[in-house]
Design a protein around this ligand. Sequence first.
Ligand SMILES: *Cc1c(COP(=O)(O)O)cnc(C)c1O
Length: 370
Amino acid sequence: MSRPSRARIDLAALRHNYLAARRLHGGRAVAVLKANAYGHGAVVCARALESISDAFGVAFVAEAQELCEAGIRTPILVLEGAFTPTELERAHQLGLWLVVHHEEQLRMIERAPTNCTRLNVWLKIDSGMRRAGVPLAQAKNFHARLLTTGRVASITLMSHLARADEPRAEATRMQIEEFDAATAGLPGPRSLANSAAILAWPSASRDWARPGIVLYSVDPTGESQLDWRAVMTLISEVFAERLLAPGEAMGYGGSFVAEQATRVGLVALGYGDGYPARASTGTPVAVDDRRTRVIGRVSMDMLAVDLSELPEAGVGSRVELWGANVRVAEVAAHAGLLTYEILCNVKRVPFDYIEAANSATETGDRRART
Ligand SMILES: *Cc1c(COP(=O)(O)O)cnc(C)c1O
């Protein structure tokens, strides 16, 4: 039998979460599929969302091109915009929507070949993130210069919120106000809300939302009452059992020492598969749908779970590292990592794409499936 570790991706849950996020925000929504759809497989996720999504968001032109080559016809917004004039031309050929967030990108458009005439630009204004983005005071100037190029078919005004996951942060209220003031009087649709703002900041609702992490069922505010359905379930099985006597140490560094007789299940999944090495003793895990804990240090190919309280469980028991029973956010909290980082890191395990919890399983490579 082959190694029983897999990532199961529920595409019906992905669609459910997209529709719930868009409904909550109102208007239209860019489904953010950057970084290979936060580790879930961009092409398959795009196909699953294609018939309902208003647009897709990726980080750079090559990510968009991958979707175009797979036959995706939904508009694609490139969140970092073009890096070179060649990329700008390719983006124009592919009909991509491009973020412009610094002077050099504007200059590229000004100097673009004369046949580049139908660019859809999202002008990103820095309302407080202080990372990429056009300074507030230059928003109107950039807007005017874009129009002057004669190469622009539409301009959407956008900004990114730095602290929207803190439902009471004054900084977010300030960012919204500053954005509104800097863009007052300019025509065109607007977009402010990432996942956290969709959940916590109704005052950030504009024409377009840009949900990312919430599509994959993570609520970055930790306060949402909505039913965000688990999209990725990382699963394996117990392949062997061990009994530790009181005082015995287990694993690298002997970091786990049994206080009492402890029944241990070995699971064929480790940090080589993207399970965080820092999620050591105490991190929740579900065995046959019952919660228990990881014990000892996570190894590259293997980790151990505590079966002492689960007498029915043993070799062959199903292990869920995260999914419906254990939230990715809980694992992230134990590991001191971002949920984003954990999801992006899943690798080596085969990906199974399913339409609903009980439907037939379809197996495939998450990049190459066509
Ligand atoms: C990644 C990204 C998003 C999505 O953010 P989430 O926190 O995952 O919802 C939205 N807007 C921009 C500009 C981004 O880069």
